[in-house]
Design a protein around this ligand. Sequence first.
Ligand code: SF4
Ligand code: SF4
Length: 118
Amino acid sequence: MKRIAIFYCKKIKDHTCIACTYCFKGVKEKAGEFAQHGEEIEIAAMTDCGDCPGLLVPRANMVAGHVARVIGEVDAIHLGTCIKMAYEHGNCPMDLDEVKLKLEKKLEKPVIIGTHPY
Ligand code: SF4
Ligand code: SF4
């Protein structure tokens, strides 16, 4: 079983993605970036990016530590398709490639950009 944490764009969730149903569907169907986990997926945490202007690195570090204490270490971090869309089309102030590198170094876990494909 792969235990994951998902981060969403605080500005997009519940506007274009109502109640994160797309990601729950994606996990169930192992679609999009979830396909790379070859086994059952457990969503241990789903929370926001920390809002603009881009507080994802300290926030993800804090969330990963909290999840580890309460549930157990996560195997991977996903940055939602919403964050990817915000970065590519919506003036998100974060540099996602840099965020990914920093988080992978800090947490020593894979950070996957994207989630569902719908
Ligand atoms: S892409 Fe996923 S995490 Fe982001 S708002 Fe949509 S359903 Fe939620
Ligand atoms: S635009 Fe970027 S920094 Fe702002 S809320 Fe969305 S993902 Fe977070």
